[in-house]
Design a protein around this ligand. Structure first.
Ligand SMILES: Cc1ncc(COP(=O)(O)O)c(C=O)c1O
Length: 482
């Protein structure tokens, strides 16, 4: 830990412990530097870090002040799931939602799309054009199956901040995290095999289970505490599960982050029942807290964790660059990668490697985390103002997605159809279930929150209200006149 991180941690504890209250002015940079025997820039860095976490705020010419702490909204309860492995359906819903052109006329509030218009991405565009202008032909050639060493070197370097120290030769570059997950599944499970998943769950992973003829064992998952370890243990006792597939950090769609303690406990369960863990960490670097939460992979002693990730959410999904660190399953994973897509396209890999090497990745992440956290707060306020009061919303500590649970009378598939007539789309909850549950839920994206997007969100709230008015609550029999 650097000095400024230690200092930030001490200040965070004082703020969270109530020693400094909302609105209090913090000591000046000079005073704090003197008191702790550190340089002015160390204090400034510590204050920047707390600003990033939205714990404090700088006021011009006045100093740093403690922010108002937000209260968590009322969160949706954990979903009820089938207590047996099931075949995955819902492809039609997923197809419908993912085969739309990213039309600028359409407010696609349901997409898992980062803000690709950020100025901190400009150096990436420059790297891309430099890579394609260079005279050598590496960018047009086949790559090795492992991926470009320049990129794997950078991924290995970044893995330190995730709590694990990956070596270059443990990493295989993939065509997005999507491919990483499907490689992982085929590396550890045969057709007919069972994979345990958190529920609701990322539809890409569910549809891979379907496509490979496997079955999903959905485990109830709470938007605050994450996948139920008790239910998972019961399922492992009862069924021959081959792997646990989870997104334990900045989960999509619920937004939960499993605590380090629960990640360790999940790993211990996997060891006890000798199953693999497919860990999707695609949003992990977008956690608002610093340092970011560790991956389950960082507790991996025997290579049973297959860590999957990509630059799709941190940089740009169009580059289609991801990776897998498959642990003891490396040889199987390489084979599955080979039969799936062969090697990954080269130019994007070279450009991303250059972008990271030149030091642009961290400042970009810093900016995006701040933007997304700010937008989360603003969107929660807007939902509070415009949606019926029965609506419950998740409270993500990272990433850029909210999960909404409406009154059970609201059918979000029908809601989406009505909204599409106005050029607005949401992601209906059924996409995130193996069997079409969560029909009254929806996911929305808060990467950008300009006036048109706010207007679109207000329309969603109004429609939810209208759908409720169309179907008045059933009057209880007891309340009916005799
Ligand atoms: C949780 C999760 N995992 C994986 C992916 C797929 O990522 P990629 O675009 O890198 O294939 C997504 C994209 O939506 C996602 O939300």
């Amino acid at each position: 830990m650097h000095r400024y991180e230690r200092l930030a941690e001490q200040l965070r504890e004082r703020i969270q412990g109530g020693y400094y209250q909302a609105g209090d002015r913090l000591p000046s940079v000079r005073t704090l530097a003197k008191a702790h025997g550190v340089s002015l820039s160390t204090v400034q860095q510590a204050y920047h870090q707390l600003e990033d976490a939205q714990l404090i705020q700088a006021r011009p010419k006045s100093g740093y002040f403690v922010c108002q702490v937000r209260e968590r909204p009322v969160l949706p309860p954990a979903g009820r799931t089938a207590q047996r492995p099931v075949e995955v359906s819902q492809w039609e819903q997923v197809r419908e939602g993912t085969c739309v052109l990213p039309d600028t006329e359409l407010y696609h509030l349901g997409r898992g799309m980062p803000d690709i218009d950020a100025p901190t991405l400009k150096p990436l565009m420059r790297s891309l054009s430099r890579v394609s202008r260079r005279q050598n032909l590496i960018g047009l050639n086949y790559d090795t199956l492992h991926g470009r060493p320049e990129l794997r070197e950078q991924i290995a370097r970044l893995s330190v901040s995730q709590g694990c120290r990956l070596r270059q030769d443990e990493i295989v570059v993939t065509t997005g995290c999507h491919e990483a997950i499907s490689v992982a599944m085929r590396a550890v499970c045969e057709p007919g095999g069972i994979i345990a998943v958190d529920s609701p769950s990322f539809y890409g992973a569910l549809q891979s289970i379907r496509a490979y003829g496997m079955k999903a064992m959905e485990i109830p998952t709470d938007p605050e505490h994450g996948i139920s370890l008790e239910a998972l243990e019961l399922a492992l006792e009862q069924w021959p599960i081959r792997a646990i597939q989870v997104t334990p950090t900045c989960n999509n769609p619920l937004g939960y982050t499993l605590s380090a303690e629960r990640k360790r406990a999940l790993y211990a369960l996997a060891q006890r029942f000798d199953v693999a863990i497919i860990e999707d960490d695609v949003y992990g670097d977008l956690a608002y807290a610093f340092p970011r939460p560790p991956t389950i992979k960082s507790f991996d002693e025997d290579g049973r964790v297959l860590l999957c990730s990509s630059f799709s959410k941190t940089l740009a999904p169009g580059l289609r660059i991801g990776w897998i660190a498959p642990g003891r399953y490396l040889e199987r994973a390489l084979h599955m990668k080979y039969v799936g897509t062969g090697s990954t396209a080269t130019q994007g890999q070279l450009a991303i490697a250059e972008f990271i090497r030149e030091g642009h990745f961290e400042p970009h992440l810093r900016r995006m985390r701040r933007q997304y956290q700010r937008n989360r707060n603003a969107m929660l306020d807007l939902i509070g103002e415009t949606f019926p009061s029965s609506t419950r919303v998740s409270y993500p500590e990272g990433g850029f997605m909210l999960w909404l649970e409406c009154d059970p009378r609201v059918d979000t598939v029908a809601l989406n159809q009505r909204l599409m007539r106005e050029g607005i789309r949401i992601a209906p909850g059924v996409m995130f279930s193996a069997t079409g549950k969560y029909r009254h839920c929806l996911r929305i994206n808060y990467t950008v929150l300009d006036e048109p997007v706010k207007g679109a969100l207000r329309r969603v709230g109004e429609w939810v209200g209208e759908m409720l008015d169309e179907q008045p609550a059933a009057v209880s029999a007891a309340a009916l006149p005799a």
